[in-house]
Design a protein around this ligand. Structure first.
Ligand SMILES: C[S@@+](CC[C@H](N)C(=O)[O-])C[C@H]1O[C@@H](n2cnc3c(N)ncnc32)[C@H](O)[C@@H]1O
Length: 209
């Protein structure tokens, strides 16, 4: 998978051209030693910016392949003067594999991942078994993996994928209640407009693994 193209507004382009170096995970180390939270596929960045404001004593990394989303997030970070968030404009598989060491992440969030509803596209879904193992290995002991989706077949499938990973333990009996710490993202709002239910999944890394 490669970084994608897509329509980028003037403000987003300006952010990408002039401000990315300031927030670039690969170039700009975090200013504090702190727990690490990672959001994968942050879209327009509304939930990540909110997380950054709620948790100033955490370091947060956002991973996204759409340039418009990266530009939008950077503009939010500038506006809100959030210095604890960095962005990796690369596919999550690469970032995890090459830049995130095992036992280093306090919490992963994956909000409304692309559902790839067609059967022949199932293999494109992010939460494949191998990727789930990579996430689990990178969590610290008791660190959390939080997933939300509005697509019920994906929710069932994700529950199966995560439950099948021995390093992970479900924090609920099946789906979790909605976590009100997060804002309604663009894709959650879209799901609701379409009359979809929202499913939250919360797992943690078993301490003995
Ligand atoms: C359906 S959107 C959801 C965006 C946002 N989380 C929300 O709730 O509005 C899924 C996002 O995941 C991103 N994405 C898909 N595959 C990815 C990958 N391998 N690495 C990083 N981001 C990815 C897409 O570019 C897209 O922005």
């Amino acid at each position: 998978m490669t970084v994608r193209r897509g329509r980028v507004t003037k403000a987003q382009r300006r952010a990408l051209d002039h401000l990315l170096p300031k927030y670039d995970f690969f170039a700009q180390p975090f200013a504090q030693l702190a727990p690490l939270g990672v959001e994968i596929g942050f879209g327009m960045g509304e939930a990540l910016a909110q997380w950054g404001a709620q948790a100033p004593d955490w370091n947060l990394l956002g991973i996204e392949i759409y340039p418009s989303g990266v530009g939008a997030l950077i503009n939010r970070l500038e506006e809100q003067e959030l210095g604890n968030v960095r962005v990796a404009h690369e596919p999550a598989e690469t970032v995890l594999e090459e830049y995130i060491p095992p036992d280093s992440v306090q919490e992963f969030r994956i909000l409304f991942p692309d559902p790839w509803p067609k059967k022949r596209h199932t293999k494109r879904r992010l939460l494949q078994q191998g990727f789930v193992r990579k996430l689990a290995e990178r969590l610290v002991s008791n660190g959390e993996l939080y997933v939300a989706t509005d697509w019920s077949p994906y929710a069932e499938w994700a529950l199966e994928q995560l439950s099948a990973e021995p390093m992970l333990e479900n924090l609920a009996d099946g789906f979790s209640v909605r976590d009100d710490r997060r804002v309604v993202t663009k894709f959650e709002a879209r799901g609701k407009r379409l009359g979809h239910d929202i499913y939250d999944l919360r797992f943690r890394r078993r301490p003995e693994t």
